[in-house]
Design a binder for this molecule. Structure first.
Ligand code: SF4
Length: 123
């Protein structure tokens, strides 16, 4: 049986920003896909989560953490699982961003694009 991928929590990870996340007031099911969810259902749910992330005051902290931890599941900082897979696939695993702020620097274009009007379907 294949191992479930696990987040690799950075040693310097801090969690206080989570107390200020807009998702605290939202349905958690928006941020994590149910088993076997595919296609347009998944796109709609991801987009709904991204709309919440787009207005979140701690989005940068969240996105930085998710990239550094290689979070496998859920929408974090406006980045869907597919967005992060794209980021992970292009980053050099030998010099993977692990220090605070390095996730933002390594994936700034994807983080910005993730909640762009085009990505949210309002362009
Ligand atoms: S950016 Fe999104 S997932 Fe992260 S804390 Fe804010 S609302 Fe929650």
């Amino acid at each position: 049986m294949p191992q479930q991928p696990l987040a690799q929590v950075p040693k310097d990870a801090q969690w206080h920003w989570q107390e200020h996340g807009s998702c605290r007031e939202a349905d958690p099911l928006l941020f994590f896909h149910p088993q076997n969810e595919r296609g347009s259902s998944r796109q709609r749910r991801d987009r709904s989560a991204k709309v919440i992330c787009a207005a979140c005051g701690v989005r940068m902290e969240c996105a930085d953490y998710a990239v550094r931890a290689r979070e496998p599941y859920g929408v974090w900082g406006g980045l869907s699982e597919e967005d992060r897979e794209h980021i992970y696939s292009r980053l050099d695993t030998r010099h993977y961003p692990r220090q605070k702020g390095e996730g933002l620097r390594a994936a700034s274009a994807e983080i910005a694009e993730a909640v762009s009007p085009r990505a949210l379907g309002i362009a």
